[in-house]
Design a protein around this ligand. Sequence first.
Ligand SMILES: [Zn+2]
Length: 163
Amino acid sequence: MKKFHTLFGSVFLFGLSITCHAQGHTHGEAELFVAQEGDNWLLQFVIPAEDALGFESEAETDEQKTRVSSLISDIESNTGIVEIANKCALTDVSHSLETHDEHEHGHHNVEIEYAFSCKVTASSISLLIFDTMPSLESIHVEWIKENGQGSVILNKENNTVTW
Ligand SMILES: [Zn+2]
């Protein structure tokens, strides 16, 4: 398990550095980092709040607050976010929507992290999130697996990475 945490720790750091770098992100473009070790898969999305929520300021109106709680519900139940092939159980979810302590102006990202446990090695990941977030045009996917690493840019028409 130690190796597992080391791998995931490095991915989280990688993700964080990207997040900082992406404060001047491009609306419509998101990132997904995928790490696999054994049965364990970690997926980390970094999405412009403009695409995730439709606004980047702190939620103020009732409509915006409803949008935030609706998205939290979708994320936590993995409804319309991501589909991972073969028998995978969602074991953990975390996201940045619960932390309201940062009052930063300007660009803002929403981060979502999923941990899955797969009995059979996952052969593909489909990003249903394009339907949930219609303004999202592309997602740059990077993966680190036991048998190699790579990247691909997915979009609405081509929303699946297959290994
Ligand atoms: Zn922005």
